[in-house]
Design a protein around this ligand. Structure first.
Ligand code: ACM
Length: 790
């Protein structure tokens, strides 16, 4: 981690929302905002909607919504009433505006929700005139989205207001795609029902309408199934990997504390109803035939060998455990699905189908005999047979089957919909074959990838998927004809949570990238406008704050690059942010940067000892938390893990998988297949020693045979050594730092400095470690060149 203050600011924000959850309130408290202005807020422009609407026609005049403005719905129209009540509640909690909902005749100067005889599904018209506001739509969802758009217009500026003026305009709007989704993985890490509801609320405010809920995986089963109680009694709990959790003894049991949780059927019903009220459909995912370690652990007869897996449930990656193909297993799956169908009224059930490594089926004489008896030629065809059998059950119960793109292999089930994750090829194949498909390609729409390479970024996968990368995704694959494109139902971003331990981090990974997904899913291709999107994101960040959502400021976070002039003893420091927008303001006296602070205009020439604090401002809003760095004789010769390069990019992750169950841990960037770092151009002149801080991490990755390919140099001591080599990873070894002092610690340990022979000039340094085996991994937090003179 870098030496910045923004992580502690984030920790404070996290604490605030945890407190809100503990208090049992579904909505986090409002942000502290400026006092209500005496007069009306400035007129809001309808072009500020996010996602961008189909069309906006400006008109003359304005209308002021104020405390007491009446929201009128047709008498007895429950759908319209629900949207009006929702808008009233939303405005009260995010803006402090107090509207009155009424049925029947509209008085002058009202907001009217009205049914239109026809209109696009989910579409709406929103007309603002000096006489009032009218929202009209043919369906309930359209009225809801019209109300959401009006809320956006009323929250262009922040803080409490008792009156907001809107410019007159007519907005005509409807979505581009029917499936505008996000996937939440509640299996790897569990989120509370309160969080899931708050998340659904924020989805709806982006006009996102599909929550794919990943409830089952190797690591846990999270859904109560009445007929199989052990699924949640046993398979919803695990001891996390690593020595921190192993040493975290639960006084109640005398054994390591268990991590986990599950959703009762009552909680699920409540969440489903909450989602339906916000026009969000939940698609539950029950993984099969792979990613099945958890249910097999609870009921070993479901597995290929009929024995509980020996693998445990605390590794990431792809476990080898598959369901067997006995009638008893299908009876189990049908029982489970019958309860799932009863709980989730939506059209689709997701049956997984991904990453089912076929080794266990190949090795089992019983499975091979069954294949022969069924006339099935290979294991892909067996998976296809498996999925088709389940598909028939779903068909017979009025549901549609959706699965990951592997269900194309060996033959796709009739009526199956494909969720394309290995790029968009699965969707293209499916659409060409006349099947529907949803685009959810890795890595672009995999939101467990980090959105910045800043040291403040929480853990995740190592690909850099920044906001622009998401916004630039094209949801209309060029390989498809217009007719075939009709099979693309839409798109979805997935948050896998192996490395996303907390709810605040889940929110951070989703937002604001989900706003880009919302625009791709809702707005026409002709509306794509990166700079316009960023303009509209500025007020959106204020809405996230008002909603208590820990959205990422990575797009605007100020990043430092320093060049150290050794002779002059000065540092030249460059400040920048990811999107190259806004004003960067900074202080040198330790005070918080504000809109009145110095405006950054070019590299700062600083004497050693200078302390820079900086943040990005735009549109009257501070868009990033202040970051801070002191440039002194040591810091200019130190590189944090995020400032080093990994030697390869085989499987780069940012991990914090150790330490106590709760509380801070350092995210550490490491290529787990080739743990090796490079410091390019390190100035070794006048350097007498090298020190480093390291942390061990459990090697809890199911990566099959790839594990055998991970090689280390042999250690000279039992615990191994960190080694620094000159110019290349095969170059002269200039420093050896024994790892022994760090072995007993679950956190970061500073190793004693290793002396080096001084040498002139700049050199690339390669940092590796020696080890007997892959477990534990060793990750570098920072490496320091220690000067002979200070
Ligand atoms: C997946 O990422 N295995 C769908």
């Amino acid at each position: 981690m870098r030496q910045t203050s923004s992580s502690s600011a984030r920790a404070v924000a996290a604490l605030a929302s945890v407190v809100a959850l503990l208090a049992g309130c579904a909505h986090a408290p409002l942000a502290q905002t400026a006092p209500a202005p005496a007069g009306a807020e400035a007129a809001a422009s309808p072009s500020a909607l996010l996602p961008a609407p189909m069309s906006v026609t400006p008109a003359a005049g304005a209308f002021t919504v104020r405390d007491g403005t009446v929201l009128v719905v047709p008498t007895g129209d429950a759908g319209a009433r629900a949207s009006a009540d929702y808008l009233k509640d939303l405005l009260a909690r995010t803006r402090g505006l107090d509207l009155t909902v009424r049925e029947g005749r509209a008085p002058a100067g009202a907001i009217v929700l009205r049914r239109s005889a026809q209109g696009a599904r989910e579409g709406y018209d929103l007309a603002i005139s000096p006489k009032g506001v009218e929202i009209s739509a043919a369906d309930d969802a359209g009225l809801f989205y019209g109300a959401v758009s009006l809320w956006e217009l009323l929250t262009q500026t922040e803080g409490r207001a008792d009156a907001v003026t809107l410019q007159a305009a007519s907005i005509h709007d409807a979505p581009r795609f029917a499936w505008r989704g996000l996937m939440l993985d509640s299996a790897r890490h569990y989120q509370s029902p309160e969080f899931v509801k708050r998340f659904i609320d924020v989805m709806a405010l982006h006009k996102l309408n599909t929550l794919h809920w990943h409830l089952v995986d190797d690591q846990a089963w999270r859904l109560e199934i009445k007929k199989y109680p052990k699924l949640t009694e046993v398979a919803a709990w695990r001891v996390p990997a690593g020595q921190g959790p192993a040493n975290d003894i639960d006084p109640a049991t005398g054994r390591p504390r268990l991590y986990g949780g599950f959703y009762t059927q009552d909680q699920v019903r409540e969440i489903v109803a909450y989602a339906a009220a916000r026009h969000v459909t939940i698609v539950p995912e029950i993984e099969m035939p792979g990613h099945a370690t958890a249910p097999i652990t609870a009921y070993p007869a479901l597995g290929v060998d009929g024995e509980a897996p020996t693998t445990g449930m605390s590794d990431w990656g792809v476990y080898p455990n598959l369901y067997n193909v006995d009638d008893g297993t299908f009876a189990f799956l049908e029982d489970v699905l019958s309860e799932v169908i009863e709980l989730f009224p939506g059209e689709y059930v997701h049956v997984g189908g991904d990453e089912a490594v076929k080794d266990q089926w190949k090795a089992s004489p019983r499975i091979q005999a069954q294949m022969k008896a069924l006339g099935i030629s290979d294991e892909h065809a067996l998976q296809s047979w498996f999925v088709q059998r389940v598909g028939k059950y779903l068909d017979a119960h009025g549901k549609r089957l959706i699965g990951w793109d592997e269900i194309l292999e060996g033959g796709i089930a009739p009526n199956a919909t494909i969720m394309s994750w290995r790029g968009v090829d699965g969707a293209i194949t499916a659409a060409k074959a006349g099947h529907d498909a949803v685009l959810a390609p890795a890595p672009t729409l995999y939101f467990d990838n980090r959105q910045s390479d800043s040291g403040d970024e929480p853990p995740g996968r190592g690909n850099l998927i920044d906001l622009k990368t998401v916004y630039d995704f094209d949801p209309a694959p060029a390989a498809l004809t217009p007719d075939q494109q009709g099979h693309i139902l839409g798109l979805q971003a997935n948050l896998w949570t192996e490395h996303i331990r907390s709810e605040d981090r889940a929110a951070y990974m989703f937002f604001p990238r989900a706003a880009a997904v919302a625009e791709l899913g809702w707005s026409g291709a002709d509306k794509r406008d990166w700079n316009g999107f960023l303009d509209r994101l500025v007020p959106q960040m204020g809405r996230y704050e008002a909603l208590g959502i820990n959205a990422s400021d990575a797009a605007w976070e100020v990043r430092f690059t320093d060049a150290f002039d050794r002779t002059a003893g000065r540092a030249s420091v460059t400040l920048a942010n990811q999107v190259g927008r806004g004003q960067i303001r900074y202080t040198l006296d330790g005070s918080e940067p504000t809109e009145a602070s110095a405006l950054y205009a070019g590299p700062l020439d600083l004497a050693l000892g200078a302390r820079v604090r900086a943040a990005t401002f735009e549109g009257g809003r501070q868009l990033s938390k202040p970051v801070e760095k002191t440039f002194d004789a040591l810091s200019v010769r130190r590189r944090q893990d995020d400032e080093l390069k990994t030697c390869s990019a085989k499987l780069v992750l940012s991990l914090d998988d150790d330490g106590p169950m709760t509380g801070p841990r350092e995210p550490l960037v490491i290529d787990i297949i080739e743990p090796c770092w490079k410091w390019e151009g390190a100035d070794l002149s006048d350097i007498k020693a090298i020190s480093a801080a390291v942390s061990s991490l459990p090697f809890n990755f199911q990566i099959g045979k790839d594990r055998d390919a991970i090689k280390f140099r042999p250690p000279a001591t039992p615990e191994g050594e960190l080694e620094v080599r000159l110019d290349s990873c095969e170059g002269e070894r200039i420093a050896v730092l024994p790892l022994k002092p760090a072995v007993a610690s679950a956190g970061v340990t500073e190793l004693p400095p290793a002396p080096i022979t001084p040498r002139a000039g700049r050199h690339d340094l390669c940092i590796t470690y020696t080890a007997k085996s892959v477990d534990p991994l060793w990750a570098i937090d920072w490496i320091q060149l220690v000067p002979a003179t200070r």
